[in-house]
Design a protein around this ligand. Structure first.
Ligand SMILES: [Fe+2]
Ligand SMILES: [Fe+2]
Length: 258
């Protein structure tokens, strides 16, 4: 069969959660989505609370992935240990709560989801995401593998796509909050995009108030960032996967802007 996987970019704040709750059910139906992964690291602006994670799952996410803001709301730690449908990056070097890889049943298949985080211009203290990917691929606990690579550099993300070509059904990037136009299927059948973008306020800098960001770049006193207001967008990509060949046949953007 052809399995449609919808991957949704970083959900930012109340506005992001609101558009996700209102529009994800319809988008799932319209795209024939069988399995949906949502990056939730910015549900609180920075971080995510258990209540926000529950809201994202109720909106229609099968799995939530996270990133560099995982620990900004530290109360998520205990929740990560007990809720299997939320993952934090697998390559944290320390002894942190939760898990970075999960295997989920979907239409008789074991769908593996792996959350990784980049080191370039992000967190040099992490274990290698490339070696972590090898470790999980070699365990072969799944029929199909989906990877959210939360990273800053397009070079590191592109390299991960090629590293996993033919070994993962899909590899997508998150974190930059800016959608990229490079959806493609790599030669050995891995669907790839450098960044999904974000789900949050349109008139903003990466989801936060323009004046907060400009203040910093103009040399003002650092202030607490606030979520921008106004209309929101939902950035997502749809990966169509041939479950017999275990390869991706098509990738396209599936964005909504209100
Ligand atoms: Fe991030
Ligand atoms: Fe983010």
């Amino acid at each position: 069969m052809l399995l449609n996987v919808l991957a949704v970019g970083d959900v930012v704040g109340e506005g992001g959660q609101d558009i996700l709750s209102r529009r994800l059910p319809g988008l799932r139906e319209e795209t024939g989505t069988h399995f949906c992964v949502v990056n939730g690291e910015n549900a609180s602006g920075v971080g995510i609370t258990p209540a926000q994670a529950r809201r994202i799952l109720e909106a229609g996410a099968d799995v939530i992935t996270l990133g560099n803001h995982t620990w900004n709301r530290i109360q998520i730690g205990a929740y990560l240990d007990k809720e299997e449908r939320i993952l934090r990056p697998a390559n944290y070097a320390g002894r942190v709560p939760g898990r970075g890889m999960g295997v989920y049943q979907c239409h008789g298949l074991r769908v593996g989801v792996l959350n990784l985080m980049g080191r370039v211009d992000l967190n040099p203290n992490l274990d290698s995401p490339f070696k972590a990917a090898n470790f999980h691929v070699n365990r072969r606990e799944y029929d199909l593998l989906l990877v959210d690579f939360h990273a800053e550099a397009t070079s590191e993300k592109g390299a991960m796509g090629w590293h996993l070509d033919g070994r993962a059904a899909a590899v997508w990037g998150t974190h930059t909050h800016v959608p990229t136009a490079d959806c493609r299927v790599l030669p050995k059948g891995t669907g790839f995009v450098s960044d999904l973008g974000m789900t949050g306020p349109v008139n903003s800098v990466l989801g936060i108030k323009v004046e907060n960001s400009l203040n910093l770049f103009l040399g003002g006193l650092p202030r607490r960032y606030e979520e921008a207001e106004g209309n929101c967008k939902l950035n997502a990509c749809l990966f169509t996967i041939d479950t017999e060949k275990k390869t991706c046949t098509a990738v396209r953007r599936a964005d909504i802007e209100e």
